[in-house]
Design a protein around this ligand. Sequence first.
Ligand SMILES: O=C(O)C(=O)[C@H](O)CO
Ligand SMILES: [Mg+2]
Length: 259
Amino acid sequence: MPHFAANLSMMFTEHGFLDRFQAAADAGFDAVEFQFPYEFRAADIAARSTAAGVEVVLFNLPPGDWEAGERGLAALPGRRAAFDQSVGTGLDYAAALGTKRLHVMAGIGNPADAATDAAYVVSLNHAADAAAEAGVMLMIEPINGRDMPGYFLNDFDQAVALIDRLGRPNIALQFDIYHRQILQGDVLSGLEQLLPVIGHVQIASVPGRNEPGSGELDDFLVLAALDRLGYRGLVGCEYRPAGSTLAGLGWRERLASGS
Ligand SMILES: O=C(O)C(=O)[C@H](O)CO
Ligand SMILES: [Mg+2]
């Protein structure tokens, strides 16, 4: 059975953010991830994750001005200084929390635009240098255009070609099964082919983005395939519980029992 991380931006939202660490531990998770921790002090988050005994395995770099529509800065030609600053902030939080994986959001932009593509490459190279010094892996994740219209990185082939082109050992693919199924399906072949460049996996049902096992895909078959393929990394539970978080956790027992 894969090693699961509770996504605290989507799960346990019955509690305030800082209380979600203990709630996840009480529900049997020893690892957590979340999207944006930046409205809280890193020291306060570290105190809660340490007290709960959960490892913080992944979060995102600051995404720019979310309210104004920004969804990351890496591919934005005019936002290089802000991107560099976001790398510094993300790495400071990672150091405080002991986190070894950071997701770099690309931003809204046209992949066919040469200036945008060039900005993305320069940004990722810069971030990879800084992250390497800190022993941190950077993740890039294709995101479907229904959830995030206009997102620059919206294709798995595009992401893998970029990882190859950059050739940086600390840049890897965040394979979100939910986005993959919406973007192109063929999930099992994708996992098998891309395994060498996958640094993190996330899961949610499609189309509802709820608990695994509640959508169109046989998520249990996909999770079994991850084991069979030898994936030993984390699987982030990046789903919105259909009801209460605890009531929805029965999928773990169903997975374990194979029913
Ligand atoms: O939306 C997703 O799938 C993510 O993993 C990111 O954290 C973007 O918010
Ligand atoms: Mg994701």
